[in-house]
Ligand binder design. Sequence first.
Ligand SMILES: O=C(O)c1ccccc1NCC(=O)[C@H](O)[C@H](O)COP(=O)(O)O
Length: 225
Amino acid sequence: MHLVRVKICGVTTPAEARFAADCGADALGLNFYPKSSRFITSDQATRIVRELPPFTAAVGVFVEADDIDVVATAARFGLRGVQTYTADPPRTDFHPAAHIPAFRVNDASSLATIRDFVAATLSAGRPPAAVLVDSFVAGEIGGTGHVAPWELLAGFDPGVPLILAGGLTPENVGDAIRAVRPWGVDVASGVEASPGRKDRGKVRAFVQAVRAAAAELAAENRVSG
Ligand SMILES: O=C(O)c1ccccc1NCC(=O)[C@H](O)[C@H](O)COP(=O)(O)O
């Protein structure tokens, strides 16, 4: 069975979260970066997390946040994972939350940075749970809607699970999965009606497209195996 996990990032209401979970999303991203159009307050986060079914993970998104604040937020909202954006490779592992450092990729040196980071954390005995590979857009951090360089990422093995993000949509996510073969995929703007507001049809279509591409790869593996 070829599994590709799905995270719908930047949900801002309990209804959005519940809908995405009911469509089959494995994880939902709660954005704690105050400058994001998808930022949610603590009250919103409390209401969203309360609405989640038992098998759906909440993942917090943090940008240059203080490590102690990240740990406290993860504990307060029962976050299964923390997705961090930092200028320098992060040094904390955030246990018991799964750490998902995000890397913005534009060339081969970005891949070397990821490999070096994973190698260093592996030898220190605290590797990240996964790395999230996002697109690089000068002056922006995440949620840009710009497609990451799939051709560069094809065959890239960081040594831990790879989550592909950046400009994914219901229309292109199947091609992205076939090209990059990620462990998981992540989307924010590609399933929105407007910044910070999810579009139900797009959320449903995105999860269905991921499941269809994964099933296709599984069938290919059975034939070639
Ligand atoms: O979504 C944001 O506004 C955001 C802002 C700053 C850092 C990260 C942010 N989002 C993180 C995500 O996981 C997004 O899903 C990922 O960047 C992909 O976004 P998109 O290209 O819009 O699908």
